[in-house]
Design a binder for this molecule. Structure first.
Ligand code: ZN
Length: 422
């Protein structure tokens, strides 16, 4: 799948220190990189309501991570998927009377525009689930063969060849002793989230209520693809990310990223599938999650319909740099609420920065650049990085300064490290 254009990233003198991130699984601050190349997998959108502020917060957070790692001398290999076939997409298409694939194409196009406007560096590989389906079938067959997965008759599905009853395929969580080790949840918590987030704990014939779907047999009226020995159907969500990450990054990957709503079951199940397929102990060395963004006292979500869309803000004439600054004003691991004040503060901050950076000179910039770097390297502390720029700008505007090169260096640092073009 085509991604979007790469923004120009200025080079800066010096380099960032070692980057540490809060790892969800251990709860500890850990080095983000294990070597010169950092592999990053961030779960992409299901394209039916792109791109709300919660999505934007996730992709800007991992963009920030990529930027500070690159500034520290690492190369970053970044893969992202698009869940362009899934139940919610089909439901939305049916509700709106549009073809599911047209809806997906339209929303992915909008997402690309939003990411371009927000100066998000594109992934090296941007892969749709649909285009990748042939690469999921073999691994699911392998899991069945090796006893990690099993078939459940699906009498409501379209019959297989010769009138055989079609079958759905499930992953057997009881065969994976490490299951639960990503989220560290107990079984009751897992069951609650599983039911809440698209799982089917009560499906008759499953061995364990938490077993996630790997392959759904063809139902009348639903799109379906060749599944070889699995029969025609479509993949479950978690196996898609597992296979794409295995094929394009290998294991273990350095960082698995996404919103906190993906910790369970999605990241737990993806990791279990990937470990089982690759016979490895670890799928991701680190799990980093973006906290939810609320609106009017509730989590912003497609199912609740309380969305602020980046495209709508852009259409109202909001500068994308303001949207980016509004996101960066909040730490990625803290939940926050989108309000008009958030937008106003970001608008005023950008105006101040622009005034300061238009000066002929200013106070020395080097220390401010180092402060931005060290705050970002400290678990992506963007609010404090912005405050460092605020302090420089306030000094430049009130006391001026003797350094004619300073505004240019600050502008380059703000562009390269924060992705904000002033
Ligand atoms: Zn995923």
């Amino acid at each position: 799948m085509r991604s979007w254009p790469t923004p120009f990233i200025p080079q800066l003198p010096g380099r960032a220190p070692q980057v540490r991130v809060r790892d969800t699984t251990s709860g500890e601050l850990r080095p983000a990189a294990s070597g010169p190349t950092v592999t990053l997998y961030v779960c992409g959108i299901t394209p039916y309501d792109a791109t709300h502020i919660g999505h934007a917060a996730t992709y800007v957070t991992f963009d920030l991570l990529g930027r500070i790692l690159r500034d520290g001398g690492h190369s970053v290999r970044y893969v992202q998927n698009i869940t362009d076939i899934d139940d919610p997409l089909l439901e939305r298409a049916e509700r709106d009377g549009v073809a599911w694939d047209e809806l997906a194409t339209r929303e992915v196009a909008l997402f690309r525009e939003d990411m371009t406007a927000l100066a998000v560096i594109p992934p090296d590989e941007y892969l749709g689930a649909v285009e990748s389906i042939p690469t999921f079938v073999g691994p699911i067959e392998q899991l069945v063969r090796e006893g990690m997965a099993y078939a459940v008759p699906a009498p409501d599905a379209v019959d297989g060849a010769g009138g055989a009853v079609a079958r759905d395929v499930y992953f057997d969580v009881t065969r994976d002793p490490a299951f639960g080790g990503v989220s560290n949840l107990d079984e009751a918590q897992m069951l609650e989230l599983f039911a809440e987030r698209g799982g089917d704990p009560d499906r008759p014939g499953k061995r364990h209520r938490l077993d996630p779907l790997l392959w759904r047999a063809h139902r009348e009226g639903e799109p379906h693809w060749d599944g070889a020995s699995l029969g025609p159907g479509r993949p479950g969500w978690h196996i898609e990310c597992a296979c794409i990450a295995l094929d394009h990054l290998g294991v273990p990957i350095d960082i698995q990223g996404g919103g906190t709503d993906l910790i369970f079951p999605h990241h737990e199940a993806s990791a279990a599938h990937a470990r089982a397929v690759s016979h490895s102990e670890t799928f991701a060395r680190r799990y980093v999650h973006q906290a939810m963004v609320g609106l009017d006292g509730e989590k912003m979500s497609k199912s609740k319909g309380n969305l602020v869309l980046v495209s709508a803000l852009r259409a109202e004439g909001v500068d994308p740099a303001v949207i980016r600054l509004a996101l960066l004003a909040h730490h990625h691991s803290t939940e926050w609420v989108w309000t008009d004040d958030v937008l106003e503060e970001a608008t005023s901050r950008l105006a101040t920065w622009r005034r300061a950076l238009a000066s002929d000179g200013g106070p020395a910039a080097e220390q401010t650049v180092e402060e931005i770097r060290s705050h970002l390297a400290d678990d992506l502390d963007s609010p404090r990085a912005l405050e460092a720029v605020d302090r420089w700008a306030a000094q430049a505007l009130t006391r001026g300064g003797e350094h004619p090169e300073a505004p240019r260096l600050i502008a380059r640092a703000v562009d390269a490290l924060l992705g904000v073009r002033v």
